[in-house]
Design a protein around this ligand. Structure first.
Ligand code: NAP
Length: 251
């Protein structure tokens, strides 16, 4: 029965790493809510693909950078699925290459609003639905951090790296906060992964330019990151919480 199947919401699930997570989750039997913010055709195409392969999925538009958007996303999932078993805090942005001494308040506030405040608000809504303290059945949360949190991204985007540092800390703290409430909270820390995010930051050649500097001489794929996410969501990871798993090819 469809109603017995586990459900998953992925913010920014329509493209890149999020889309790979949605594909693998759908294949594993999850019913999947695919969030996006502006590119409706990419979200619709993915949902059609998942449904065509026998999955149960829908697209939900909403900006994680605004509280009303976050609430609307989770309410759409309530309405469509009536339960939330797994949540991936994946939506995130970079910005144009800049030094800290060039960064405007507007840039910094946008970066922190989407990557940090948005992730907190989404985690809040997920916990309200999953926690046994709130009458939920438990669940699993995976936050998508970045190796940038460790490397700092000098000369490129220290603000982005710092936003991911906040995600690492949130992962550890929230994991301990809800450990007795049936919820596991972990993070994946990807290295350079071949998606469109680099072009969105004005560096479409970033993967090609950087790959010779990487230990494996190649970037990761969205599927390689998604595989680790699916593992952390699964019962095979039942004793793993508060962990930050690096998927960076040794970087
Ligand atoms: P991507 O290819 O640029 O895809 C971004 C996705 O997030 C799209 O679905 C986009 O929706 C959505 N999105 C953007 N802003 C949003 C907002 N305000 N509210 C809701 N959804 C929003 O990105 P990606 O490379 O897959 O990155 C996914 C995550 O991995 C991010 O958190 C990123 O920081 C992290 N990460 C990426 C890399 C890498 O090298 N790619 C490395 C480390 C960490 P639309 O299609 O509507 O725009």
């Amino acid at each position: 029965m469809s109603a017995d199947r586990k459900t998953l919401l992925v913010t920014g699930g329509s493209r890149g790493i999020g889309a790979a997570i949605c594909r693998q989750a759908s294949e594993a039997g999850y019913r999947v809510a695919v969030n996006y913010v502006s590119n409706q055709s990419a979200a619709d195409a993915l949902v059609a693909e998942l449904k065509g392969a026998g999955g149960d999925a829908f697209a939900v538009k909403g900006d994680v950078g605004h509280e009303a958007g976050v609430i609307a996303i989770f309410e759409a999932v309530d309405q469509a699925f009536g339960r939330l078993d797994a949540f991936v805090n994946n939506a995130g942005i970079v910005d144009a290459k800049a030094r800290v001494d060039e960064m405007s308040v507007a840039r910094l506030e946008r970066m922190m609003r989407i990557n940090v405040v948005g992730s907190f608000l989404c985690a809040r809504e997920a916990v309200k639905r999953m926690s046994t303290r709130h009458g939920g059945q438990g669940g699993a949360i995976v936050n998508i951090s970045s190796a940038a949190a460790r490397l700092g991204s000098p000369g490129e985007y220290v603000d982005y790296a710092a936003s991911k540092g906040a995600i690492d800390t949130m992962t550890v703290g929230l994991a301990r906060e809800v450990a007795l409430e049936g919820i596991r909270v972990n993070a994946i820390s990807p290295g350079i992964t071949d998606t469109e995010i680099h072009a969105s930051g004005g560096q479409p050649d970033r993967v090609a330019r950087m790959q010779d500097l990487l230990p494996m001489k190649r970037a990761g794929t969205a599927d390689e990151v998604a595989g680790a996410v699916l593992y952390l969501l699964s019962d095979a990871a039942s004793y793993i919480t508060g962990a930050i798993l690096t998927v960076s090819g040794g970087r």
